[in-house]
Ligand binder design. Sequence first.
Ligand code: M6R
Length: 366
Amino acid sequence: EKGGYEHFMLKEIHEQPKAVRDTLASRIAKDNSAVVLEELSWTEEYVNSFSKIFIVACGTAYHAGLVGKYYIERLARIPVEVDIASEFRYRQPIIDDNTLCIVVSQSGETSDTMAAMKEAKRLGAKTLAVTNVVGSSIAREADQVIYTMAGPEIAVASTKAYTTQLIVMFLLGAYMAGLRGTVAPRRMKELLGKLREIPSQISETLEDVEPIKVFAKKYGFNTDVFFIGRALDYEVALEGSLKLKEISYIHAEAYAAGELKHGTLALITTGVPVVALATQKSVYEKTLSNIKEVKARDAVVIGIAAEGDTELTKYADHVIFVPNTDELLIPLLAVLPLQLLSYYTAITRGADVDKPRNLAKSVTVE
Ligand code: M6R
């Protein structure tokens, strides 16, 4: 049942090329000019009626929502707010019938996410569920549904659900942008062309596990690990740190790189591992200067960079390269070494990877 892999998590990490390919299938027009979402069939008027979008979820799905905010705002230019479901439902959010509430849930059974969606609906919002399980409670309750086609995810630590959620978020952003005319046709073609290459780039990235195993052995017994990045790298850092905490029980924190100086830099001392993501070209120089700051405190820096980057190796102790693509799409690749790092770190520490202590796959209690 584990298809020759030692754990479901590793199997599911390696299923990502297929999961992403299946989630993209038939959702991009042949000539790459537009996203096709037959399950929605929205009109320009309908999408323009939304003055505000909320994305509500828990855990990894919340992290996918943070990336979704970027996609929808950058592509479709509609304001998006992302909330943790257990906070959203109690904070009296400002919602009316011009609000779209997108909930993201792999299982479709998370009780806080369900309750948040019901509250949004009660206040007049239209609801759209992004879920992996056909016929799940959340899928049944939502006005509309887009499925991720990840296939069953068994390991408690979510991997292929996250990458397929990112794909759906990107498709949604591009779909809304197509209806609103907020992305130039040439740029749309370029983005969708690059999106098609992602499944094979994921395979390519997953081939290179040896250096990651070495880092896991070398740093696996540290007590704290920091993840830093800017823009989309920050959202991926959050997911990387959750993954590490969840299965390897190492204290991990993610920070927006520019925030370090506002307090956290006090914790960066000799030998503290810092995983620094530097894939976002638009803020590259800024990220690099933050990396220099932690290096100046003798941190051990493991950098994540796009192929072709020749700068980072000068400052980081180690660099893991992922294939190059548009900076909007690179989170789909940058997260992979972080998933593998948490997996091999948990193995190094002898932890029960598929069933981490105190956690359940689906949280159906509050
Ligand atoms: O089924 P859901 O997507 O609603 O689950 C949400 C979270 O419980 C889940 O993503 C959790 O954070 C994972 N164990 C993280 O790996």
